[in-house]
Design a protein around this ligand. Structure first.
Ligand SMILES: [Mg+2]
Length: 333
C-alpha cells in the first residue's frame, strides 16, 4: 500500500489560495463595492443604499486556485469565484422593499461597464466578470426585523443567512477538513474541465457533504478515502440523495431541484473517484498510485509519487503472491 499523504499535502499547497492572490481578489472586490456605492449615492435616495458582507469560500479559507483555461484569442483565464452579498436594510417605518427584478436591475446597472466584460444576470445574483476570468457574484438581500431574504428570481424571496453558514463551517472545521474540502473542489474543477457537460454539486454543497461525512486520520489520503466512501454510501442509500442545509433555511434539501441527469452524473463521477481511490490504495508503487489519481481525478496538479515500491505493506503484492507462499527467513533456524 502506497501511502500518498505527502503527495496530498503537496497538492494542497498547489491548489490553496496564496495570501498574495487573496489580497488581489479582495482589492478587486473593494473596487467593485466602491462603484456600486457611488451609483446608488448618485441615483437613489439615502434610505436605499447598499451594505456589503463578504461570503463564500474566501471566508472559510477553502477557496482554491482554478485550473487555467484559454480564451478563443489564447489569453489565459483564471476563474476564481468570489461572492459578495449586497444588503438593503429596511429603514424603520419605511417600506423600501421593491420587486425582485427591480433590485436585480439596479445592481446590474450599478456595475455596468466596470470591467469591459458584460455582466450576467443569474437567478440568485448578478455576476461581474473580469478580463482575467475571475468573477464576483453579487447576491442581493433585503433585511427586515432581523430576517434576511435573498432576492431569488425564480423562487421569489427566500429566507437565507450566508453569514450563519460560514460561521457554522468555521466552528466545525479543522485544518484537515479545510484540506478535504479543497481536494473535493479541485476534483470538481478537473472533472468538469474534462467533460464540459458535467455539472457536479457546487463548492457550497460539497462543503456540507464533506463536513457531515468527515473521517479524521493522521494521513490525508486515508481521511479523504474514508470521507468519500461515507458520502458515496450515504447518497446511494434508498432516498439518501440529499444535501440538507445546516443553517437557515435549516434542513432544506439543496439537491431537491437536481435533474436525473445531474444526479446520475454526480453519482457516477463520485463512484469513479471512490474506485480510483481504492485502486491507488491497493497499489504498492507510489508513482503508479499517484498516476491513477492524476489521470482520472485530479490532473497534473497532483504530484507524481516516487517510482518506488512500498513492498513491506503491499496489499496487492500479498494478494498476488497468495498466502501459501511464505518468504524464507533471512537467517534460517
Ligand atoms: Mg459564486
Amino acid at each position: 500500500m502506497a501511502v500518498l499523504h505527502k503527495e496530498y499535502i503537496k497538492f494542497n499547497k498547489e491548489i490553496k489560495l496564496s495570501t498574495k492572490k487573496k489580497d488581489s481578489l479582495k482589492t478587486s472586490r473593494k473596487e467593485l463595492r466602491k462603484k456600486i456605492r457611488k451609483w446608488f449615492e448618485e441615483n437613489k435616495p439615502k434610505e436605499i443604499q447598499p451594505k456589503f458582507t463578504s461570503q463564500g469560500s474566501i471566508e472559510m479559507n477553502t477557496c482554491i486556485n482554478p485550473i487555467s483555461t484559454e480564451n478563443d484569442d489564447g489569453t489565459k483565464q483564471y476563474k476564481y469565484d468570489l461572492d459578495d452579498g449586497v444588503y438593503f436594510i429596511e429603514v424603520k417605518g419605511e417600506d423600501n422593499k421593491r420587486a425582485i427584478d427591480t433590485w436585480h436591475d439596479w445592481v446590474f446597472e450599478s456595475v455596468d461597464n466596470h470591467t469591459g466584460v458584460p455582466s450576467k444576470r443569474k437567478t440568485t445574483c448578478v455576476r461581474v466578470i473580469f478580463a482575467d476570468g475571475h468573477h464576483i457574484d453579487l447576491p442581493i438581500y433585503y433585511k427586515k426585523d432581523g430576517t434576511i431574504e435573498l432576492a431569488h428570481r425564480s423562487k421569489s424571496w427566500t429566507v437565507s443567512d450566508p453569514k450563519e453558514f460560514y460561521e457554522w463551517f468555521n466552528k466545525k472545521k479543522n485544518p484537515q477538513i479545510e484540506r478535504i474540502v479543497r481536494y473535493l473542489k479541485a476534483w470538481k474543477n478537473f472533472r468538469e474541465n474534462k467533460n464540459t457537460n458535467l455539472k457536479l454539486p457546487s463548492g457550497f454543497e460539497l462543503t456540507i457533504l464533506a463536513v457531515n461525512n468527515y473521517k479524521s486520520d493522521d494521513n490525508d489520503d486515508k481521511s479523504f478515502i474514508e470521507t468519500i466512501k461515507k458520502i458515496n454510501k450515504e447518497l446511494n442509500r434508498d432516498k439518501g440523495f440529499k444535501c440538507l442545509l445546516p443553517t437557515t433555511p435549516k434542513n432544506q434539501d439543496t439537491f431537491a431541484d437536481y435533474s436525473e441527469t445531474r444526479k446520475n452524473g454526480f453519482l457516477t463521477t463520485l463512484n469513479s473517484l471512490n474506485n480510483d481511490l481504492d485502486r491507488a490504495k491497493d497499489e504498492s508503487n507510489f508513482k503508479t498510485a499517484s498516476e491513477i489519481l492524476i489521470n482520472n481525478q485530479f490532473g497534473t496538479r497532483f504530484p507524481k509519487g516516487e517510482d518506488k515500491t512500498d513492498s513491506g505493506k503491499s496489499n496487492s503484492l500479498k494478494k498476488s503472491l497468495g498466502s501459501a507462499i511464505i518468504p524464507p527467513k533471512p537467517y534460517g533456524n
